[in-house]
Design a protein around this ligand. Sequence first.
Ligand SMILES: NC(=O)c1ccc[n+]([C@@H]2O[C@H](COP(=O)([O-])OP(=O)(O)OC[C@H]3O[C@@H](n4cnc5c(N)ncnc54)[C@H](O)[C@@H]3O)[C@@H](O)[C@H]2O)c1
Ligand SMILES: [Zn+2]
Ligand SMILES: [Zn+2]
Length: 363
Amino acid sequence: MRAAVLNSIPGRLDIEDVEIGEPGPREVLVRTVAAGLCHSDLHFMEGKYQFPCPAVLGHESAGVVEAVGSMVQYVQPGDHVITCLSAFCGHCSQCTDGHLTLCENKGTELVRQPGEAPRLSRAGGEVVNQYLHLSSFAEMMLIHEHALVKIDADMPFDKAALIGCGVTTGLGAVFRTARVAPGETVAVIGCGGIGLSAIQGARIAGANKIIAVDTNPSKLELAQQLGATHMVNAASADPIGAVKDLTGGGVHHSFEAVGMKVTAEQAYQMLRNGGQATVIGMIPVGTKVEVEGSDLLYEKKLTGSNMGSNQFRTDMPRYVDMYLDGRLHLDEMVSKTITLDQINDGFDDMKAGNVARSVIVFD
Ligand SMILES: NC(=O)c1ccc[n+]([C@@H]2O[C@H](COP(=O)([O-])OP(=O)(O)OC[C@H]3O[C@@H](n4cnc5c(N)ncnc54)[C@H](O)[C@@H]3O)[C@@H](O)[C@H]2O)c1
Ligand SMILES: [Zn+2]
Ligand SMILES: [Zn+2]
């Protein structure tokens, strides 16, 4: 099958032929129909996070089940599914406590064991590493049955793919991590696929003021279409001062969806007393985030969110319904559909800030 392979870091992706195995007892073979480009893939390509090469990247996808392993009961060939990197074992202390994204057995039970044939390889046998349990930039995915959820066949695949990461991360950060209450005030720093989803989450949760912060005017325009009530261009205004002015002293909730020290610190500094900053962006490994110690006296909180603290088998079908009944706007978030061969251009568009999301649609 054809796949986009990261062979060196930093590096671009090479389209190559990659071999894919047969499903083991608890594995599912999925034909990838659509795969979104998320900034997290770019962080790995740029070396801000490490992953062993060669690897097939991609982690935001939807497709059709082609074949299932002998013990799989949940899905059958023909089912439409969204994949999720938050693969869970279902029996560790985090899973049984409801924190599936923090599963303790991700790296051991949900992958092929030492001595077993790899899921992905090159002709000749060289292992090609599977990325975040998925490797979606490929015509097929061979994944653990706990890395997918069945969805309504009416859901268009390109929009379904977005739910696989960006939408679930942004909505989940609002609904599950921060638990925004109706009437509260929200600021979202960074209005790419993740931040726009957080803005939609805040709108659906019934937040009063929803302040979008970005350096790119076209992103702010889109943020307004999707539910932001106020826009702050951080290229020309101080976002902390602007948010404090708009809210009479600070927001109940801020969300950082960029992945930088400066924006994470801004998120904390724009809180009202007792407020909570939720950092979604992937801040480069080794970077420290600083807060004013005395602010802790006023119960200002700083936390992270992993994939929106999701319980994806519950959440994703709900988000599909929200799209199908018109409350969650995803058409506006698919800026471009591209082919697998155009993947590097897609990441160039992301770097240039031209798109909310590019989505690869396979033939
Ligand atoms: N925590 C998680 O589980 C999780 C999941 C998915 C993605 N992420 C991370 O979320 C972040 C956002 O991802 P994305 O795909 O939406 O990225 P993106 O590139 O589509 O969007 C980033 C946005 O930030 C804006 N921006 C850049 N610098 C800014 C600044 N100084 N102030 C305000 N805005 C600024 C850009 O203009 C752009 O609109 C990334 O760091 C990604 O790795 C985290
Ligand atoms: Zn992602
Ligand atoms: Zn677990």
